[in-house]
Design a protein around this ligand. Structure first.
Ligand code: PMP
Length: 290
């Protein structure tokens, strides 16, 4: 992915794609002192841009480093990257990390860096999944307790668990994995939040040890606008049997139906389709912002 044309914003200026490199002693490479964002560009606009820039700064802060760029400066940089790469629709990846100025676990003297990349990226799971729903593995890897890691941070280190879960799902022929948390409650997928439908209401786990996704909150809003009840609560895996529909939400995943998770099956139902349509209408500005 590194050998192509394009422009990457790197610590304040645009550099050619192939030249956006770091030193092997980068602290983040050794000790996972990196955080990132993922946001989509729709018809020349970055959806919920400031929320993503705010979360990037907060994620870094939770890992103990402050970014030398304000939310407004990060927003402007993202727009510059979109324009420099001539993207009308695509995906954008801001990344912040501790540099190579100091080696060892202690990192107070490292410099914070930021790079922003963007590229064309269609649907995350493919068109077939949108029609017939994803098949999810139930991962043996669990989301850690909030006293084990800063789980509110979109920290690169926490994605080690996601990659393990995703690879296992791939090897077993699934599209993705549903992860439980350290208590055994339903948490999220490897890059998206989980919603269930039962008797016309939405049920979703309390995000107390995983990301409270920007798409998650957007979809909750959209559901409430339609008068659909939204219930945040503990959900145990045994309950999956009683849910009629299941879908995932995320900036990359948008709203994607699930047809099965382990032994449990779901229908790709009207409520899921409606919320997917509402979400796409919102991001394409066919619906007003809440
Ligand atoms: N959980 C994980 C692990 C994710 O990677 C993502 C994608 N950022 C989400 C949830 C959904 O977050 P958002 O809706 O803010 O993209």
């Amino acid at each position: 992915f590194d050998d192509r044309d394009g422009w990457i914003w790197f610590d304040g200026k645009l550099v050619p794609w192939r030249e956006a490199n770091v030193h092997v002693l980068t602290h983040a490479l050794h000790y996972a002192s990196a955080v990132f964002e993922g946001q989509r560009i729709y018809s020349g606009e970055i959806f919920k841009l400031s929320e993503h820039s705010t979360r990037l700064r907060k994620s870094a802060s939770l890992l103990g480093f402050e970014l030398p760029w304000t939310v407004e400066e990060l927003d402007a940089a993202c727009i510059e990257v979109m324009k420099a790469n001539g993207l009308e629709d695509g995906y954008m990846r801001p990344l912040a990390w501790r540099g190579s100025e100091q080696m060892g676990v202690a990192a107070q003297r490292t410099k914070p860096h930021v790079a922003i990349t963007a590229w064309e990226w269609g649907t995350y799971f493919g068109h077939e999944a949108i029609e017939s729903g994803l098949r999810l593995d139930i991962s043996p890897w669990r989301r850690p307790a909030p006293y084990t890691a800063p789980t509110e941070s979109k920290a690169a280190g926490l994605y080690m668990i996601c990659t393990l879960a995703k690879h296992r799902a791939d090897d077993r022929g699934y599209n993705d994995a549903l992860m439980l948390d350290w208590r055994g409650q339903v948490a999220e997928a490897t890059g998206a939040n989980a919603f269930f439908v039962k008797d016309g209401a939405l049920h979703t786990p309390v995000p107390d040890c995983f990301l409270d996704g920007i798409t998650r909150r957007t979809v909750m809003d959209l559901a409430r606008r339609r008068g659909i009840e939204v219930i945040e609560r503990k959900i145990w895996p045994e309950e999956l049997e009683s849910f009629e529909q299941f879908f995932l939400t995320g900036s990359a995943a948008e709203v994607t139906p699930v047809q099965s998770a382990g032994p449990w099956n779901f229908e790709v139902g009207d409520l899921t389709r409606q919320l997917r349509k509402d979400y796409l209408d919102l991001v394409h500005r066919r619906l007003p912002n809440a």
